[in-house]
Design a protein around this ligand. Structure first.
Ligand SMILES: [Zn+2]
Length: 264
């Protein structure tokens, strides 16, 4: 599933390639057709990302909200674009670039009030200037495990299953620690690890938790599972113990039970 770094990456890319242009917006598949007509022919001002949501702001005040969910994907097409392939929910055609969107969880036209309501329900987004102190306050009063809090979009926005596993591994924290038992210094470390990893993800357009030194190659060249230290791994790169999977907040979490033992 695309995590917060990806929505910010796409928002930057689409703003750069489509903003200040009159877009032709269509729904080849048909499910978004009525909403597409509300923004087609309008000028796109900018694309905003908050957590895992994207908002396409048009000059008539209409906003296209996109949530990619688990399967959503944008495909960049050459100009002129070929006929749509598969179930294309939305096609955004600019002056020289076209993007096709398939498989999103949400793709609809909303207004500014609705956008504000959606954003108000989200916790701070580390990539959108979200405040660390607000996330700390939410952790500090919670009796849920930190492995669950990290995935809760109302606590911190944009973190998904890979970031969760990788930051808990980097900071050696046991995912079952309850929020209110986490010390401020451990939280500080967790936050530092998370913001750094999300910024790297935004820079390269993919999650990378290893360092260039660990990988033995420049970060830009790392691909596939080599990018991770614990997610999807069989053995721990630190202590060589077998990586376990445990279920926390209904999602599979990869953990090294030998070195992630810190209790607070
Ligand atoms: Zn280990």
């Amino acid at each position: 599933m695309p995590e917060g770094h990806k929505t910010h990456f796409i928002a930057r890319q689409h703003t750069g390639m489509l903003a200040d242009q009159k877009l032709q917006v269509t729904s080849p598949q048909g499910r978004f057709a009525a909403d597409a007509r509300k923004v087609s022919g309008k000028v796109l001002d900018r694309v905003e990302a908050v957590g895992k949501h994207m908002f396409y702001h048009f000059d008539n005040k209409a906003i296209v909200q996109v949530h990619l969910g688990r399967y959503g994907k944008f495909r960049e097409l050459p100009s002129p674009p070929p006929s749509p392939v598969g179930q294309v929910r939305m096609r955004l055609k600019g002056d020289s670039t076209t993007f096709d969107l398939t498989g999103p969880t949400t793709c609809r036209v909303i207004d500014g009030d609705m956008r504000d309501e959606i954003v108000a329900k989200l916790g701070p987004d580390p990539l959108a200037g979200g405040k660390k102190s607000d996330v700390w306050a939410a952790f500090h009063k919670s009796n849920k495990p930190i492995g669950g809090l990290l995935l809760d979009q109302s606590v911190v926005a944009g973190v998904g299953n890979i970031f969760r596993a990788e930051v808990l591994f980097e900071t050696r924290l046991d995912p079952e620690i309850v929020g209110r038992d986490l010390s401020q210094s451990s939280f500080d470390e967790l936050w530092r690890s998370l913001t750094k990893m999300m910024k790297t993800g935004l820079k390269y357009g993919k999650i990378i938790s290893v360092t260039a030194k660990e990988a033995g190659m420049p970060l830009a060249k790392i691909d596939g599972k080599d990018r991770f230290r614990v997610y999807g791994k069989k053995s721990c790169p630190r202590c060589n113990s077998a990586i376990q999977t445990v279920e926390v907040a209904a999602r599979k979490l990869y953990v090294c039970q030998s070195c992630q033992r810190k209790k607070s």
